[in-house]
Design a protein around this ligand. Structure first.
Ligand code: AP5
Ligand code: MG
Ligand code: ZN
Length: 213
C-alpha cells in the first residue's frame, strides 16, 4: 500500500504517520525529516535546504524529487510506504507519477488531512520535537510526561527553527499557493480521501485507518 499524507503544515501528518508505521509496518518517508537530517550533517544539500526552510519556502523540486526517487526503491519500501510532505507541488506530483510508472507501481490513497488555518499557528508554535526519534509533542495538546523529554525514547525535545510565527505564516501561504492545487490533481485521479483533522489524535487515527482499510 502506497499512501500520500497531504495537508497543511501542522495538520498532523507526522503525528499520524508515526502511528501508521506501527499499524501497517510500512515506513514513513518525510522529506522534511530527510532535509533536517541533511542540515544537521552540514552536507552541501543541507546548506542549500536550510536557507529555504528557514524562510518557510520550498526546497527546489529537483532536489526533493531525487531524494524520493532513491528512497522509494530501498528494500524496506517493497511492501509500501507513506509519503509525508511529498509531493508539495504539481511538478513533484507529475514526477512521482512518472517514476512510479517506470517501476510499474502506483499511489493507492491520498489522505488529505483538513484543518482550518486558524488552528495551525497554535499547533506549530507549541510543537516540540524529539531530537533522537523525531516524534512530535505539543506543550498543550499532547504534552510529554516530563517536560523537555521524549516519552518514547528519552531524547531531548527541541523547537524546530521554522516553528516561529513569522516562518509559520510564510509556510501557510506557500501551502495555499503551491500545494493546495494537488487536491484537484488527485481528485481527478479519484485518490483523494478527505479526513477531518480536528479533534482527538487517536480519533483522527481511527478515521485514517478506516479509509485505508
Ligand atoms: P515539513 O517538515 O514537511 O513541515 P510541514 O509540511 O510544514 O509540516 P509539519 O511537519 O510542520 O506538520 P505536520 O502535518 O507533520 O504536523 P505534526 O504532526 O508535527 O517541511 C519542512 C520544510 O522542509 C518545508 O517548509 C520546506 O522548506 C521543506 N520541504 C519538505 N518537503 C518538501 C517538498 N516536498 N518540497 C519542497 N520543500 C520541502 O503536528 C503539529 C503539532 O500539532 C504537533 O505539536 C502535534 O503534537 C500537534 N497535533 C497533531 N495532531 C493534533 C490534533 N489532532 N489536535 C491538536 N494538536 C495536534
Ligand atoms: Mg511533519
Ligand atoms: Zn524520541
Amino acid at each position: 500500500m502506497n499512501v500520500i499524507l497531504l495537508g497543511p503544515p501542522g495538520a498532523g501528518k507526522g503525528t499520524q504517520a508515526k502511528m501508521l508505521v506501527e499499524e501497517y509496518q510500512i515506513p514513513q518517508i518525510s522529506t522534511g525529516d530527510i532535509l533536517r537530517a541533511a542540515v544537521k550533517e552540514g552536507s552541501p544539500l543541507g546548506k542549500e535546504a536550510k536557507a529555504c526552510m528557514d524562510k518557510g519556502e520550498l526546497v527546489p523540486d529537483s532536489v526533493v524529487i531525487g531524494i524520493v526517487e532513491e528512497r522509494i526503491q530501498q528494500p524496506d519500501c517493497a511492501k509500501g510506504y507513506m509519503l509525508d510532505g511529498f509531493p508539495r507541488t504539481v511538478p513533484q506530483a507529475e514526477a512521482l507519477d512518472g517514476m512510479l510508472q517506470n517501476l510499474s507501481s502506483q499511489i493507492d490513497h491520498v489522505v488529505s488531512i483538513e484543518v482550518a488555518s486558524e488552528e495551525l499557528v497554535g499547533r506549530l508554535t507549541g510543537r516540540r520535537t524529539c531530537r533522537d526519534c523525531g516524534v512530535g509533542f505539543h506543550v498543550m495538546f499532547d504534552p510529554p510526561e516530563q517536560e523537555g523529554v521524549c516519552d518514547k525514547c528519552g531524547g531531548e525535545l527541541y523547537q524546530r527553527d521554522d516553528d516561529n510565527v513569522e516562518t509559520v505564516t510564510s509556510r501557510l501561504e506557500v501551502y495555499e499557493s503551491q500545494t493546495l492545487p494537488l487536491i484537484d490533481y488527485y481528485t481527478a485521479q479519484e485518490k483523494i480521501r478527505p479526513i477531518d483533522g480536528v479533534g482527538d489524535i487517536k480519533e483522527i487515527f481511527g478515521r485514517v485507518t478506516q479509509v485505508l482499510s
